[in-house]
Design a protein around this ligand. Structure first.
Ligand code: HEC
Length: 212
């Protein structure tokens, strides 16, 4: 009788354990399954938002916490600078560090090598010729972003390939953005009437996500 009771007790414990394992397996299996489904189902407008968040955060952090701490910016001393180095367009020749836009492009080039998606900077007041808005999507989209300060998103075709593309406002988040652009010789020559102020939209971050 005693043995029978003990046996019953053990069976119950084993049974409970088995049920728990089963439930965990189902829950985990189910969880894994729905996770896969979710990743397949993330809409492209959200994916471009994620890519933009990371790219923009890196750019802001680089400008605020690296460029702003250097003692020299394009040959001019910076009062708040504590690191004896210079941020300059000719960083390779001058032994300096890249400007925020150049740093952004260096990262974009590495990311694009993988061939999954591309991103870059454009502006209607571009200093670098290769960063002018190209085609109908970028020209119309960039204008809308400048007018509204909001992102512009749509599908487009580039060389026969379908993309989901987005243009996000690139704003003057630091005084350095404004002063450097306003005083740049090419900016002064091309856009003498365009004087940027803090928080102005200075251009756009374009992200192209292939839809196949
Ligand atoms: C010390 C000078 C300097 C600073 C600081 C600077 N820029 Fe630039 N920026 C440039 C130059 C020069 C270029 C063009 C060089 C290139 O991209 O090859 C450029 C490029 C750009 C472009 C691409 C369009 C173009 O003009 O070719 C955008 C948009 C831009 N900058 C916005 C910003 C913003 C926003 C900030 C602040 C977060 C900033 N810049 C900080 C000098 C500067």
């Amino acid at each position: 009788m005693n043995f029978f009771k003990r046996f019953q007790g053990r069976t119950l414990v084993l049974f409970t354990l088995a049920v728990t394992i089963c439930f965990t397996a189902i829950a985990c299996g189910g969880g894994g399954g729905s996770q896969t489904q979710a990743s397949i189902g993330i809409p492209p407008e959200l994916v471009v938002d994620y890519i933009h968040s990371v790219a923009e955060a890196d750019r802001t952090a680089y400008t605020k916490h690296v460029v702003n701490r250097l003692k020299t910016l394009e040959g001019k001393p910076k009062e708040a600078g504590v690191v004896p180095a210079e941020a300059t367009e000719a960083w390779q020749q001058a032994n300096g560090v890249p400007l925020p836009a150049q740093m952004f492009r260096l990262g974009a080039e590495l990311a694009s090598e993988k061939g999954t998606f591309t991103y870059g900077l454009i502006s209607p007041w571009n200093i670098n010729d290769s960063q002018a808005p190209k085609g109908e999507f970028e020209s119309a989209g960039m204008q809308q972003v400048v007018d509204t300060g909001e992102p512009y998103k749509a599908e487009r075709e580039i060389a026969g390939q379908k993309y989901y593309s987005a243009i996000y406002p690139d704003k003057a988040i630091a005084e350095a953005c404004v002063t450097c652009h306003n005083e740049h010789p090419i900016h002064k020559e091309r856009y003498p009437d365009k004087v940027f102020k803090l928080n102005d939209v200075m251009g756009g971050v374009v992200i192209n996500l292939p839809l196949t």
